[in-house]
Every structure is written in structure tokens, then in C-alpha cells.
Design a protein around this ligand. Structure first.
Ligand SMILES: [Zn+2]
Length: 218
């Protein structure tokens, strides 16, 4: 693959302590992706590309926390209303609360290579899986603007978790008109049983599912 250039951005989705195996919302085998991402970051930078990290950044009264709902447990679903519009919401353990250790991007990621950090999930009334917008598309983040202003044409997406935030970030990248590539070895699912079906869905929507070795970093 000879796509690396200054028109390529690497988007790191939510590589934060609470999503590691030791976090409050553990993604199985998530730490395995860190060295792959680190190599990819260096490769992108060596070729003049841009690196943007998203960061789940919730207030402690966030609607996605099961503990903020009466008689609900983590991983159950409920209907929430944002500005009067109902939406199904999976309820999660408390995670990525602003200014806590769990919300930090993991130290093994070389922060000096990150050009921009985009925080999401700040509005306590609505969840934000995608790095581009909240789940109801009432507000977009600065991610699309950053990519457009840096003349990015291709986004390579990695991070956590494949079946939620990575998936929705990939789908929005397609909607915003970017050639979108997901590196299979650089993402993991909260529900490992749903990894293959997530890859199939993304592929059917135009996301290129690539291997790390395709970018010469394996
Ligand atoms: Zn969250």
C-alpha cells in the first residue's frame, strides 16, 4: 500500500486507561494493540501525516453510566431522551470521568506525536460513540474541521472499542467523505463475539479493513 502522505490522518479512538484490561470498562486484549498503534504513529509521522486522538471525557452524571439510572445494571439497555428525542442507550460502568486516571490516554502512546486531541461525551444528556458527533447528531465535534483544514483525504482509524466507538467513527468518516481504513490488528471489541460481524458491516459500508502488514509495520 503506497498511500502514506501528508493527506493521511491517523485517528486514535479512545486509547484510555479505563478501556484497558485493568480499567473499569475493560476491552479484552486491548493492550495488545498499543505497540501496533505506536509503530503506526511513527510511520504516519515519518510520511508527513497528521495524528488526532479522541478522548472519551464524561462528567460524573453522564447518562451512559448505569449507576445514574434507577434499578439498572451495566450492559443493560434503556431508552433515554435527548431534547425530547428517544434513543436506545446501552448502559456502561462508570468510565472516563473527566480528570481521572481512567480518562487519560495511556502513557505508552507517544503523546508528542499527537497533533490534536478531540474530547467527546462532555454533554451529560447524550452519549458520543463517534469521534465526529454525538449519538443523535445534535452537535458535531471539531474532528471534521481539523481534518478538512489539514487537507486530509484518507483517515486510518485504530483504537477502542471496535464494536462501538471505532465502528461509529469509521461510519462517520465515510459520511464526511474520507477514504477510510481500519487496521484490524489495532482494534479490539468490548464483545469479542461481535468483532467479525462488525468488520463485515464496516466493509459493506465502504470501510477498507486492512492489516498492519499492509502498511509495513507488522
Ligand atoms: Zn463513554
Amino acid at each position: 500500500m503506497t498511500l502514506l502522505s501528508n493527506k493521511v490522518a491517523l485517528v486514535l479512538v479512545d486509547v484510555q486507561y479505563d478501556f484497558l484490561e485493568t480499567g473499569t470498562l475493560p476491552v479484552p486484549k486491548s493492550s495488545e494493540i498499543i505497540p501496533v498503534i505506536t509503530k503506526l504513529m511513527k510511520l504516519i509521522k515519518d510520511n508527513g501525516g497528521l495524528i488526532v486522538a479522541t478522548q472519551d471525557w464524561h462528567p460524573d452524571n453522564h447518562v451512559s453510566f448505569a449507576s445514574n439510572h434507577k434499578d439498572k445494571l451495566p450492559f443493560q439497555s434503556t431508552i433515554i431522551y435527548h431534547q425530547g428525542i428517544p434513543v436506545n442507550q446501552v448502559l456502561w460502568p462508570v468510565h472516563c470521568v473527566q480528570n481521572t486516571h481512567g480518562a487519560h490516554i495511556v502513557d505508552a502512546i507517544p503523546s508528542e506525536l499527537i497533533d490534536y486531541t478531540v474530547q467527546k461525551g462532555l454533554n451529560h444528556n447524550v452519549d458520543s460513540y463517534s469521534g465526529f458527533a454525538d449519538n443523535q447528531y445534535f452537535e458535531i465535534t471539531k474532528l471534521a474541521k481539523i481534518l478538512y483544514q489539514n487537507h486530509i483525504e484518507t483517515v486510518i482509524i485504530v483504537g477502542l472499542a471496535a464494536d462501538y466507538c471505532v465502528k461509529m467513527t469509521c461510519l462517520d468518516a465515510i459520511k464526511f467523505g474520507f477514504k477510510t481504513i481500519l487496521i484490524k490488528e489495532a482494534t479490539r471489541s468490548v464483545n469479542p463475539d461481535e468483532f467479525d460481524s462488525t468488520m463485515e458491516l464496516l466493509n459493506s459500508k465502504g470501510v477498507i479493513i486492512a492489516h498492519a502488514k499492509d502498511l509495513a509495520i507488522a
